[in-house]
Design a binder for this molecule. Structure first.
Ligand code: SF4
Length: 346
């Protein structure tokens, strides 16, 4: 059990397995991390890496008939949520931990005004009267930067633009002053300018209500300048975890480096230059032997250690910078430029 009182959430050795007709799919396979009060903790990975399943497992949002969740503990302020009742989990969800989804249109109810939907959270969790809830909904809409909030509080979701709807979702999520906001691909559906605005709102809200944010995204670019710490996931496992500076500037895993190299950059001719990671993520039904990343890794030593032995997460620098690569030490001398060279020679 964590003794550090900055730790809000502590996930220990989480395993989430889906039962399918073709066999067991280990969507999350032994993931551990902490989220500290006041920080932005980002979980990054391609689709199928297990990042969203991790957050759904924490909140108990997966169907129990198909998803088996096992962990040493999912500790929320020291209380093991896995041992709590369904009622206790419902209480934590929404009031203490709130979620912001990628697609506000499917998360918002089209037949109710946004004011009613924001107010509903306070009526359920805090017993607020209708009048109090509406007044607070207007306050929250103002806080997330929606102009003419007194008028817009009575409008329906379809009357808002995509970016404004995402702000409404944020207002809904912060209605009960949660300690932790889980934002799952909160800006993926938005254009770049609106994306930046929504992320700015999220960051200012974090300070305003003194919460932590767990940001889940496939886009390492979204995380830059926003996250305090970053966990990179691949095929259901954490492959690198450290402060944002460590992960971005002292990268110790080829997959993280691949994600960095696939971010848009300007080359000499002023055009965007991308180096996509070759191949696709593996099927979790037939995970590659040894290091799961070896079929796509430009630095893999195969046949040999990379396809034979699974690399454990180990300390590679700083206080808690860890990587699951046999050759993490060698990665000290490798950056995006060297990766480009490797890819050209391959
Ligand atoms: Fe690549 Fe081998 Fe490191 Fe895996 S262990 S990331 S295959 S170099």
């Amino acid at each position: 059990m964590p003794t550090d009182d900055r730790v809000l959430l502590s996930v220990r050795d989480l395993h989430t397995t889906f039962k399918t007709d073709d066999g067991d799919v280990k969507a999350v396979d032994g993931v551990s991390f902490d989220v500290h009060r006041g920080e932005v903790f980002a979980i990054v990975g391609e689709s199928g890496s297990g990042k969203s399943v991790t957050s759904m497992s924490i909140l108990g949002l997966l169907p129990p008939d198909t998803a088996d969740i096992q962990a040493e503990g999912i500790l929320w302020k020291g209380e093991n949520l896995l041992e709590g009742s369904a009622g206790r989990l419902r209480e934590v969800r929404g009031k203490e931990i709130a979620m912001i989804f990628q697609d506000p249109l499917s998360a918002l109810n089209p037949v109710h005004t946004v004011g009613k939907q924001i107010g509903e959270m306070m009526r359920i969790h805090e017993g607020a009267s209708r009048k109090q809830a509406k007044a607070r909904a207007i306050e929250l809409l103002k806080l997330v930067g929606i102009p003419q909030a007194d008028r817009r509080v009575d409008m329906h979701p379809h009357e808002f633009s995509g970016g404004m709807r995402q702000r409404v979702m944020i207002a809904m999520a912060i209605a009960c002053n949660p300690d932790l906001l889980i934002a799952d691909e909160p800006t993926t559906a938005l254009d770049v300018t609106v994306q930046a605005q929504v992320l700015e709102v999220l960051l200012s809200i974090k300070d305003e209500i003194d919460s932590a944010i767990m940001l889940i995204t496939h886009d390492l670019g979204v995380v830059a300048g926003l996250a305090d710490r970053v966990m990179v996931m691949y095929a259901g496992r954490a492959v690198e975890l450290g402060t944002a500076d460590e992960v971005f500037y002292e990268t110790r895993h080829p997959y993280t480096l691949g994600l960095l190299a696939s971010l848009p950059r300007l080359d000499d001719s002023g055009r965007e230059k991308l180096i996509p990671i070759k191949g696709s993520p593996p099927s979790l039904l037939r995970r590659p032997s040894g290091c799961s990343f070896h079929p796509r890794c430009p630095f893999a030593r195969v046949p040999g250690i990379c396809n034979e032995t699974e690399p454990p997460l180990h300390l590679v620098g700083g206080m808690a910078h860890v990587s699951a690569c046999h050759f993490a030490e060698d990665m000290k001398n490798v950056g995006v430029a060297e990766l480009r060279e490797e890819e050209t020679l391959a």
